[in-house]
Design a protein around this ligand. Structure first.
Ligand SMILES: *Cc1c(COP(=O)(O)O)cnc(C)c1O
Length: 230
């Protein structure tokens, strides 16, 4: 087994155990392997070892790598500029980082041209850190109600990045906040809105996220090792 396969097995094992602690099945948590800065050869090793979804943060990087990557589902998880949307709707099967109406409208416009429906998650800033993207929790219901009116976007759930901290008492409330918000939105019974996916949890905090109800974890470092930015 190579290092990536070994890391992946360990991550899958930890996901399964966290799910069991939460009284859920391992299959109830999907794994998105986060491949930003990771070269195609290593991404392909992960795919050969069983990864079925990868997450990228940058449109440009995804465009460059995609021809060399084995067939797999691509999710956009990073900040998306409006002028990159036309490429994003071609590259990705899901956009997890929709956090403002102008972006949603641009996705609608580009998807209408391609006659393609785009599953999306609404990204919420649950940590209160000003450096983080995502709409504020109190803005989310109105934003979601507006996006629900669009024909080519399908809201599947919510996404968040937890507080950058190794203190469980500070990080877990971010995930609980996202879960509670999803429940509140579910209770609004909006047409065209599903709250099936809670995308939360990264290498440093995915077990806490799963215990708080995560259905999708986004993990890079724990699979591929530390990132080397160029
Ligand atoms: C980079 C990134 C991740 C993965 O982070 P790791 O700590 O490497 O697991 C997850 N989500 C988003 C939005 C990211 O940008």
């Amino acid at each position: 087994m190579n290092q990536i396969q070994e890391n992946l097995r360990r991550v899958q094992e930890r996901i399964a155990r966290a799910a069991e602690r939460a009284g859920r099945t391992p299959e109830s948590v999907e794994l998105v392997a986060v491949t930003k800065t990771v070269p195609p050869e290593q991404i392909n090793q992960a795919i050969q070892a069983g990864v079925t979804i990868i997450g990228e943060n940058r449109v440009q990087e995804a465009r460059q790598k995609k021809p060399e990557v084995l067939p797999v589902t691509w999710h956009m998880i990073g900040v998306l500029q409006t002028n990159k949307v036309k490429y994003a709707v071609q590259l990705f099967e899901m956009i997890q980082s929709v956090d403002r109406m102008p972006l949603a409208l641009e996705i609608e416009k580009r998807c209408a041209r391609e006659n393609k429906v785009m599953p999306i998650l609404v990204e919420v800033n649950t940590s209160g850190e000003t450096s983080k993207s995502g709409c504020l929790p109190e803005e989310a219901p109105e934003l979601i109600a507006q996006i629900a009116e669009l024909k080519y976007l399908k809201i599947q759930g919510l996404m968040t990045v937890g507080l950058f901290s190794d203190d469980e008492k500070l990080v877990r409330p971010c995930f609980a906040r996202l879960r509670n918000l999803a429940e509140k939105i579910r209770a609004m019974h909006l047409n065209n809105v599903r709250m099936d996916i809670l995308s939360m949890g990264m290498s440093s905090d995915f077990e806490w996220a799963i215990e708080e109800g995560s259905t999708m974890v986004r993990i890079g470092t724990a699979i591929f090792g530390p990132r080397h930015y160029t």
